[in-house]
Design a protein around this ligand. Structure first.
Ligand code: SME
Length: 158
C-alpha cells in the first residue's frame, strides 16, 4: 500500500475503525517483526498523537525495549515491575488513569500521566507488550482496550 497514512478526525471508535484497515495494509505480506512493530507504533502515534507508543519484547525473562515512537525510554523491565511488567505477569491489559496512583509505576518520563498496556500473546504465552502513554490524565478506556487488543492480534508472529 501507499505509505501515507490517512488521518481521520472524530471519536475514538471512528479513528480506530479508519486506522485498522490501514495497519492491515502495512502488515500485509511483511513477515519481519521489527518492521511490523515499527509501522504499527508509527501509525498509532500519527493518528492519535499520544506522548509515547511502543513495544517491549520478552527476552531472557525481561522486557526489552523494541520499536517505539516518542522520547527515549527505559530499556529493560522485569516481570511484575511497573505497568508493563504487571501486564506481562498477569497476561492482561491494564488501563492506568493516573500513573501516580499505580504502585510501582516506572516513570520513564515525568510527562506521562496515564497509560494503557496490552500484552502480545502468541501460543498462550506473553511475548511482549504494547505500551501507550499519554500526557493527559485518564486518556484510555475500554474502547482503547478493545481496539488495541484487535490491532496487536494482527501482528504476525513467527
Ligand atoms: N511506565 C511503564 C514503563 C515504560 S515507559 O512508560 C515507556 C511502566 O510502568 O511499566
Amino acid at each position: 500500500m501507499a505509505e501515507d497514512l490517512h488521518i481521520v478526525q472524530g471519536d475514538k471508535a471512528t479513528m480506530y475503525t479508519a486506522l485498522i484497515p490501514q495497519i492491515k495494509g502495512l502488515l500485509e505480506g511483511e513477515p519481519d517483526l521489527v518492521a511490523n512493530l515499527a509501522n504499527t507504533a508509527a501509525a498509532l502515534k500519527e493518528q492519535f498523537g499520544w506522548f509515547w507508543v511502543g513495544f517491549y519484547l520478552v527476552k531472557h525473562d525481561e522486557l526489552v525495549l523494541g520499536p517505539f515512537q516518542g522520547p527515549v525510554a527505559c530499556t529493560r523491565i522485569r516481570k511484575g515491575r511497573g505497568v508493563c511488567g504487571t501486564s506481562w505477569a498477569e497476561a492482561r491489559t491494564l488501563i492506568v488513569p493516573d500513573v501516580e496512583k499505580f504502585p510501582g509505576h516506572i516513570a520513564c518520563s515525568s510527562l506521562s500521566r496515564s497509560e494503557i498496556v496490552v500484552p502480545l500473546i502468541h501460543n498462550n504465552t506473553v511475548v511482549g507488550v504494547l505500551d501507550v502513554d499519554s500526557a493527559e490524565l485518564d486518556s484510555f478506556d475500554t474502547t482503547d482496550q478493545q481496539f488495541l487488543e484487535a490491532i496487536v492480534a494482527l501482528i504476525p508472529w513467527s
